[in-house]
Design a protein around this ligand. Structure first.
Ligand SMILES: [Zn+2]
Length: 310
């Protein structure tokens, strides 16, 4: 037992599960034994997070293919009508979901911490820049639906974030979230070397139980819970075969850090470029092993929908 509180259920029954070293810092990840939630503690200081998002964080070059596949999955999974609804996407990034939604004549606005997307603005899409928790973010009308694809795991202060979501979402409105699934087969098999364990970018790793608690504590009823392959661009079988190599690379990076701090970023970017070539192959072949291995609960990414109660 220790005095560290779980970031979701606030119980202090947590164990130190991983220590992960990124470019300059080592982060501690604790597992809550009550709600099976993995979280970074302490929350990295503001300057570490700012430096990470400004200098080290980059969207992979295959982002477009991945997001387009994800959008297909999401469109098929949403079981309520999107017509004539006010929709907000938080963290719209490249704007791929917004583009797809306007093709279908849905009304959608977007907010992102990065610069506004000029192409979307020219199409007349209302875009905001910054965090939703900023005081100046005051949409004219409440939304019917809020979508956050792979955003929730990045948020340092979930309480103030969900307070704001409650303010801008209508009663009976829907919140759609995708996020890595800690109950996945991938995490069970790969542990520390699962590629989504990536602090300080990812600070919270949800289980079905912990996302349920997050929703309950914030006035939401969990109406849908599904899992699938998500952004994973390699087959789980490939990942297991590559595990010894991944482990060697992790420690090699650790060793190289001492001598070549600046070069690590280049190594990261290049390894992403190599992955890019394989994505199409995997997306075309996805399903063969996964059909046997994944069930509705243990895929690497969860798709959850919450309905706002009051
Ligand atoms: Zn907990």
């Amino acid at each position: 037992m220790n005095k560290i509180k779980c970031s979701i259920c606030e119980k202090n029954n947590n164990v130190l599960r991983h220590k992960i070293t990124n470019i300059n810092d080592t982060f501690k990840l604790y597992l809550c034994k009550n709600c099976n939630h993995l979280f970074v503690h302490p929350i990295p200081k503001k300057d570490i997070l700012e430096n990470y998002y400004k200098n080290l964080f980059s969207l992979p070059p295959n982002q477009e293919i991945k997001v387009k596949n994800k959008i297909k999955y999401i469109m098929n999974s949403i079981d309520f009508d999107l017509n004539k609804k006010r929709i907000l996407e938080i963290g719209y990034g490249g704007g791929f979901l917004i583009n797809e939604f306007i093709k279908n004549n849905y009304y959608i606005e977007g907010i992102d911490i990065c610069n506004k997307n000029k192409k979307l603005e020219q199409l007349g899409i209302k875009l905001y820049e910054g965090e939703i928790t900023n005081k100046n973010f005051k949409p004219i009308k409440k939304y019917d639906i809020i979508i956050m694809l792979d955003v929730v795991e990045h948020i340092a202060d979930l309480n103030s974030y969900f307070r704001k979501i409650n303010l801008i979402l209508k009663k009976n409105g829907y919140l759609i979230i995708t996020t890595p699934n800690l109950n996945s087969l991938n995490y069970s098999l790969l542990g520390k070397f699962w590629n989504w364990l990536s602090p300080p970018g990812h600070l919270n790793y949800f289980s079905k139980k912990s996302i349920n608690i997050l929703f309950k504590n914030n006035n939401f009823d969990l109406t849908t819970f599904k899992t699938w392959k998500g952004d994973e661009d390699k087959s789980i079988v490939t990942m297991i075969f590559k595990l010894p190599f991944t482990i060697c690379l992790y420690y090699l990076k650790f060793f190289l850090l001492i001598f070549f701090k600046k070069k690590i970023k280049l190594i990261n970017n290049n390894s992403r470029k190599l992955d890019y070539k394989k994505v199409n192959y995997f997306n075309d072949n996805y399903g063969f092993f996964e059909k046997f291995l994944y069930n509705s609960k243990n895929g690497p990414e969860m798709f959850v929908v919450g309905k706002k109660l009051k």
